[in-house]
Write a protein that binds this ligand. Structure first.
Ligand SMILES: O=C[C@H](O)COP(=O)(O)O
Length: 318
């Protein structure tokens, strides 16, 4: 990954001065959704790009070493080899950006990828995911254990209680401690936007997370009733842009939760391009957190290559 965001001292004046114009955000989100997306070979290229930005995720109570193994194999070969060959992309080392699992499954993922000689990063959710309602000591220990087991990316959840009660200094302090516990592992900070109430809170939580040294800010756990939406993304990427202008540090963005279709993936790429520019269109600064998006991307690429949609058995790993 690129240089990390070191964070900065908490600037409470900046945080408390934040105002978000809701109407302007909604309008911009509509404009982004209404933009024409690429077609034909350009669309296929964008879909491949989207595949390389996916944190391929399984976060289920019934996860086992074998389904984690299967996830890892899919991450290594996200699109069927013959389809890539038809596109002349079979030798481009196309993999997903990472696999993302619960802390207890990190060792399984690391083992599977290592055995297959792959260096795809293993990301783990931590800090009492998804609610974050466990004692700080436990949350910190969870981060350390996931790192010890080989996770090189940690997706922490913020303490919504602190955000909702305006305890920004407390939130900053906790995230700082998570960052320290992560060590060299890159930290993605999940805001759980569906539980933050207002756009202003989302912007403030984004800022505080970046000030505390997050490498990425991420919308959602996928477990809230509202997850990644385009308006909320506009708020977060504007915070990223403002933070970059002020500090010269680029923080990544990860929409996650409920992203299921290739069409949505294309809109997310457009949003990043028009709001933050091409430099954010790489896995270093953009991830799509998703458990069931890749299947549709592969299906659309199949359609592009063959001119028809596949039968279920034709993409058995999707
Ligand atoms: O971080 C990733 C999300 O948990 C995935 O959510 P999803 O299962 O709705 O795709």
């Amino acid at each position: 990954m690129a240089d990390r965001n070191p964070g900065m001292d908490l600037d409470l004046e900046w945080v408390s001065g934040v105002r978000v114009n809701t109407q302007a955000v909604l309008k911009r989100a509509q404009q982004v959704q209404g933009r024409k997306v690429a077609k034909k070979e350009w669309q296929a290229a964008w879909l491949l790009k989207a595949a390389t930005c996916i944190d391929l995720t399984t976060l289920s109570g019934d996860d086992t070493p074998s389904n984690v193994h299967r996830l890892c194999m899919k991450a290594m070969q996200p699109i069927r080899y013959d389809l890539l060959q038809s596109m002349g992309m079979h030798d481009k080392d196309i993999t997903t950006a990472a696999v993302c699992v619960y802390p207890s499954r990190v060792a399984d993922a690391v083992k599977s990828l290592k055995a297959a000689n792959s260096c795809i990063p293993v990301a783990s959710v931590a800090t009492g995911f998804p609610a974050g309602q466990t004692p700080l000591k436990t949350r910190l220990e969870e981060v350390r254990m996931a790192v010890e087991d080989g996770a090189t990316e940690i997706d922490i959840v913020i303490n919504r209680t602190l955000a909702l009660t305006g305890q920004w200094a407390g939130l900053y302090e906790e995230i700082r401690q998570f960052r320290e516990a992560c060590g060299d592992a890159h930290m993605k900070t999940i805001l759980a936007v569906g539980e933050l109430g207002t756009f202003t809170n989302v912007y403030k939580a984004s800022l505080v997370s970046m000030m505390a040294g997050s490498d990425f800010i991420k919308t959602s756990t996928g477990k809230e009733s509202v997850n990644a939406t385009y308006p909320v993304a506009i708020v977060m990427v504007r915070a990223i842009r403002d933070y970059y202008r002020k500090t010269d540090h680029k923080v990544g963005f990860k929409p996650a939760g409920g992203i299921r279709t290739a069409q949505e993936a294309l809109v997310w790429l457009v949003l990043m391009k028009v709001e933050l520019g091409d430099q954010w269109l790489t896995p270093h600064l953009f991830r799509l957190g998703a458990s069931s998006l890749l299947g549709d991307i592969e299906r659309q690429i199949y359609h592009y290559v063959t001119g028809r949609y596949p039968a279920y058995h034709e993409l058995p790993m999707a």
